[in-house]
Ligand binder design. Sequence first.
Ligand code: BG6
Length: 484
Amino acid sequence: MASRVIPVDPFDLVIFGGTGDLARRKILPGLFRRYCAGQMPAEARIIGAARSDMSNTEYRRLIGEALEEFGAADGKNQKDVTEFLQRIEYIAIDAMGKSGWKALAKALRKNVVHAFNFSVGPALFGPLAERLHENGIADTQSRIVVEKPFGHDLASAKELNATLAQYFDERQIYRIDHYLGKETVQNLMAVRFGNILFEPLWNAQYIDHVQITVAETVGVGGRGEYYDKSGAMRDMVQNHLMQLLCLTAMEPPAKFDPNAVRDEKLKVIRALRPVANGDLVRGQYSAGSDTPSYAEEAENPSSTTESFIAMKIDIENWRWNGTPFYLRTGKRMRARLSEIVVRFKEPPHSIFDEDAGSNANELTIRLQPNEGMDMMVTIKEPGPGGMRLVQVPLDMTFADVLGSDGSDVPDAYERLIMDVIRGNQTLFMRGDEVEAAWAWTDPIIEGWESRGDKPNLYEPGTAGPEEALMLMHKDGRRWRDLKP
Ligand code: BG6
């Protein structure tokens, strides 16, 4: 089924950090794919900005190479590549100084959407906002796009919000959490609120627990310096897993509107009970037969940073009281897999013999790979020999049922950038939401830091440390298998 493409309004998109990894790997290939899909109008223009001096031709060459390196250009779409590159310009700008800003002001056209993507380190977010303002480049209709990490803790996030608020209204600030741009993450809202089937059962009366897993097989690689100061809690839980939890747990918003959705997510974060020490497991991967240990990759032999974290979270509200959410995420695990598992309770009374088997339903929403949903339902095991129950999946792999291999589905960045141009903030984090997430995260981190806790080592290619399995076992539950 081909997707419907509605072109966005004409725009000038300025990418600060235009020669950097994120711009080359994600943003520009994403824009190119939207161009090929017919979503970029003829008047759309992209301006790369960075410190080094470079001509338009040199920058276009750099981006052309990036399109090839990151799979957007495949040799068959050379005409598209050439046309797309014609829309790209380059301006050398000193983010902290004065040079380049006049040229940028001159280059921007009137009567088109102006979006400024801060694809730079967080230390430059404030200075860039200030320069845009003092050079008269941004107006009340401009938008800024701020990449992760948004702060390191509550204090720094508040400071950053306050700095940006000096120059921009909240409606102009687009804080990226790329998980929100993922197709299946949005589908979670469609499934929950587009069907009558699930919502009546979506509460503590019928749901035993929820599991959210984001497992990766890669290690920290060349990002050790950033990651060692961050760890899985700051890098993944405070943002991506928190968003998944919110979308699973939130009340139905009155409409699919940015503030209605974000109000409901915020209420969930504010209802999270502080996590008890015994409900938390931190891990760090050891060396494998052909892979270095975390400490080696991070070049910090005495590092106590976690590359894995699992926790049990209680939500203190009417809907979820008594139904825990178990979260886990880690690097160098057995499989690359992100999923949400909703485990329902058993029917209140079984009419079958005790040895007939268990009959609890389980809904799994697979975010990646192999996007889809499956629902375990109980049926009679076919054949003679009395009533024996088995659980079988009602499996819906989206690529199969929608008759698409997924190649026409925009990736997270493509969708999010187009939403910026459309002026739709639904899939972006609001300032108060980010602060609430840090307010919940900070005491947990302070707890293990003040106790001097060390993470448990786990072997690469596993499901994390043994202790993480125990976290559920002690409640009489188990994680769903992490199958490669
Ligand atoms: C990023 C984290 O935000 O998300 C990375 O900084 C992580 O550490 C990545 O690898 C995971 O994203 P995805 O889309 O590959 O699941």
